[in-house]
Design a binder for this molecule. Structure first.
Ligand SMILES: *Cc1c(COP(=O)(O)O)cnc(C)c1O
Length: 394
């Protein structure tokens, strides 16, 4: 074994040297017994915090029954979760994946196949938006369209046209006879929690109807209750034809899905797509348990109330420390702070106060508490932000 720099992992992440030994709700404890308030939620994944007893129970019970059977066989757990996701959304059909990128990849393939089986194989191009993030596979990278991620990975996968954020004229002129679909995050996550206005989402829906394009929403980050609705697009009352989800749906267990209407999924016939692990029984058990809680009456009300407390607190902090942060981004528990100084400096100052946050592009710090967080813990987090900002100001 030869380890050139002594570090056995790919150097693709510059990981922070904190070793967490266990978690509980919104809290993480290091192997040295130090407690951190976790406002990353594993990048919008741990919707119910760490070690939620109900999720542990669901995973343990399933682990004792069966771990993996592959998609050779029907699995009632899969059908149950798919039915529930359909009942809670616009969708009629579900394809389960293990990650967000695979869910987006499936969405892209579904849109292309739709036009193919309709006798329009020339319609394969997908329009995406500046600042987007759709994943790290070669196709989802092409959809993401950011130079810094694409560099050195060979020719960009063909068929993605990126248009500027919020420029209707550019969007309209990008649509050609080869366009298959429009792909958008209703709120850009990595792009700095930029909200696509409701009117803009409605505009996209109308354009897609008019030009017979499929509308794809990527709710990998903003979905599963994060904004106080089950899906972020519900705020605009707009439904897509296809949607990718992941992150929150597994509550920390790797799970994603592509949701589609019957019509949009018509090209995904036997043999056209597959996954060995997708829809694995362990993931299905946890996904069903996450839905039991997130879809329970009152849960999303709590998310909205807690989100208001966070957002109001952050707004007050922005007013008091304009030399550090200029405004809030996103909303509710899907919030961020737009920084005046480098966001990495803000994140490290917050970490000194034992508050964990995560960066986004456009110099934003993302603040993602678990969705079941208490108001007291939010206030605790806010006071840690103030303490850190006091210190920076001195
Ligand atoms: C995280 C993310 C992805 C990719 O998900 P992975 O699980 O990392 O593959 C895709 N789209 C959006 C909007 C995301 O936030």
């Amino acid at each position: 074994m030869s380890m050139q720099n002594g570090y056995p992992l790919f150097d693709t992440f510059s990981r922070i040297g904190l070793h967490f030994a266990h978690g509980n709700g919104a809290w993480l404890t290091t192997d040295e017994g130090e407690q951190y308030l976790d406002f990353t939620s594993g990048i919008a994944v741990n919707v119910l915090g760490h070690t939620h007893p109900y999720l542990i129970e669901a995973l343990k019970k399933q682990a004792e029954k069966i771990w993996h059977i592959s998609n050779l066989f029907e699995d009632p757990l899969q059908i149950n979760l798919a039915k529930r996701l359909c009942a809670a959304s616009f969708a009629d059909k579900i394809f389960f994946t293990n990650s967000g990128a695979e869910a987006v990849e499936c969405a892209i393939k579904t849109a292309r196949r739709y036009h193919h089986v309709n006798g329009n194989p020339e319609r394969f191009r997908i329009i995406t938006f500046e600042g987007a993030f759709h994943g790290r596979t070669l196709a989802t990278l092409a959809a993401t369209g950011q130079k810094k991620y694409l560099e050195g990975f060979g020719p960009k996968v063909e068929g993605f046209d990126q248009v500027p954020f919020g420029n209707d004229a550019a969007l309209l002129s990008a649509i050609t006879g080869e366009t298959a679909a429009i792909l958008i995050e209703p709120i850009q996550g990595e792009g700095g929690l930029r909200i696509i206005p409701n009117t803009a989402l409605k505009f996209l829906r109308n354009i897609c109807n008019e030009k017979e394009l499929l509308l794809i929403f990527d709710e990998v980050q903003c979905g599963i209750g994060r904004t106080g609705k089950f899906f972020a697009c519900e705020w605009a009352n707009v439904t897509p034809d296809i949607m990718s989800i992941a992150k929150g749906i597994g509550g920390g267990f790797p799970l994603g899905a592509c949701l589609a209407t019957m019509k949009a999924a018509k090209g995904m016939t036997p043999g056209t797509h597959g996954s060995t692990f997708g829809g694995n029984p362990l993931a299905m058990a946890v996904g069903n348990a996450v839905l039991d809680i997130v879809l329970e009456p009152g849960f999303l009300d709590h998310v909205r109330i807690a989100g208001d407390v966070l957002k109001k607190g952050l707004s007050a902090i922005v007013d008091n420390y304009p030399h550090i942060v200029s405004r809030t981004e996103g909303f509710g528990l899907f919030s961020g702070l737009k920084c005046v100084i480098p966001n990495i400096d803000v994140i490290s100052a917050l970490r000194n106060e034992k508050l964990l946050t995560v960066s986004a592009n456009t110099n934003v710090v993302r603040i993602f508490p678990p969705l079941n967080i208490g108001k007291e813990e939010i206030r605790d987090g806010l006071s840690r932000i103030e303490k850190a900002f006091e210190r920076i100001s001195r």
